[in-house]
Design a protein around this ligand. Sequence first.
Ligand SMILES: [Zn+2]
Length: 135
Amino acid sequence: MKVTRLQIAARGLANRCPNCGERTLFKARSLFTVNPECPACGLKIERDEGFFLGSMSLNYGVTLVCFLIPVTLLAYRGVIGTTAAIVIAGVGSIAVPALLYRSSRSCWLMAYYLFLPKHLPANQPGTQPGEDQNT
Ligand SMILES: [Zn+2]
């Protein structure tokens, strides 16, 4: 296997292509637009319609556990006022998922290839660029 699971994890945490390691998951000069395929190696990034629903769930879960529940507990304990907690939670429920958008997409793609590393074109000796077993 050319690309190891450790490399896939490192590339996923750094928002890089899991196949070649280039910074090509998102379009240049764009915050939220995912490249349909890697311009460097041709890996198909944009998959079928529901593939990235998992990244949205991951993003929602992290926002809930790491931001909204602590704000709620601070309000419950009286550390911050109820109005302040509502405002912080409202702003944070929009801002935190936006901040985590790129990382959650990258982590979801990383998780897929961590479980199925042989689906990476770099790990398939006979495949052409842009072609994998899950197309
Ligand atoms: Zn690539």
